[in-house]
Design a protein around this ligand. Sequence first.
Ligand SMILES: Cc1ncc(COP(=O)(O)O)c(C=O)c1O
Length: 394
Amino acid sequence: MNLNANPNIPEEVRAVAADGTQLRYALMEIAREMDDVIALGRGDPDLDTPPHIVEAAKAAIRDGRANPTPVKGMDDLRAAIAAHMRQVNGLPVGADNVMVTTGGQEGLFLAIQALIDPGDEILVPDPRYSSYDDAIQRAGGVMVAVPTNREDAFNLEAEAVEAAITPASKALLIVTPSNPTAGIVTEDRARAIADVAIRHNLIVIVDEIYGKIVYEPWRHFSIGSLPGMAERAITLDAFSKSYAMTGWRCGYVAAPANVIDAMARVKQVTTGPVATVSQWAGLAAITGPQDCVSEYLNIYTERRAVLLDGLDRMGFSYGEPRGGLFVWADSSSTGIHAAELSYLLLKEGRVLIFPGTAFGDQWREYVRITMLEPIDTLKEAVDRMLPVLERYRL
Ligand SMILES: Cc1ncc(COP(=O)(O)O)c(C=O)c1O
């Protein structure tokens, strides 16, 4: 499938087709200029932030508790995050091992800046969340793709990790549940991967931002909880997805204290501490009632079923999405390159989805669709996409 030969693709999309992040942004820009688009592209929850969290933020403003905090975050919040990660994720961490970040994105960026030197190789699963590429590139690191495959539900395999290791390998990056594949790294796989990481002295950066969004019967497992991992695991999370708080820009990282110190030195001269009001909101999220998390999970579970049903109607196949907010679907039955398909579905169907190539160049026969609209809207999105597929299917 050759995108460049295709006259349907406008220059603005073609010019950035090889750069996953830019391709996503180009499609979002086109969508912004159109009316009445159903956006199933970005992974930002559409649900409202729970009221008790909003109230905690309002109270902080009203009571004048909005002064800047230490750069690593409020002491109470760091302690609460550490307690949460001990109880929920089994991580052996205290407040000194925790830092509050401006969303998950900054946690990832700071970890890479602090740990990766020019020429260091960092192993990343393929397909991947392409923001990783930019963070790695800016640190002068070299990204090495570790293949995952559909037959294996995109579960990262220790043998594949080990096969990609060279003398320059410094770190392994894991995302579980995965963006874009909705696969998870199961406990048995995590144990085998930890064994490889320890034998090869790799740092393991684990993005667990979708860790609270895992569908029955699957369970989230934190590799950082395993013996021998405390000194090498950097675990990233954020309030963005699980508590529908993307715009609050509040996340956190758990890591060895010296790594937290190194990250704080970068944060000090870039963004400084996270906005205090967002930290109060984060504290309410992590210490308050957790029913909102399971309520949201139930909503996503229902939506997931509707979306999968729609994909069946569209003739797309998929592996079971085990966690997160996406379906990673095989669009090869259309015979159309995924970037072109996404463009046509946007321009003619007014539905924004992301092509697989936004997550790795070889994924030309895959698309990523989010479940971040109400059920009726998801159904309408399918109804809009069907005639476009009829028109163009090869
Ligand atoms: C895997 C992954 N990590 C990190 C992030 C960044 O999240 P945040 O909005 O908290 O910066 C995202 C956002 O979509 C994501 O999908």
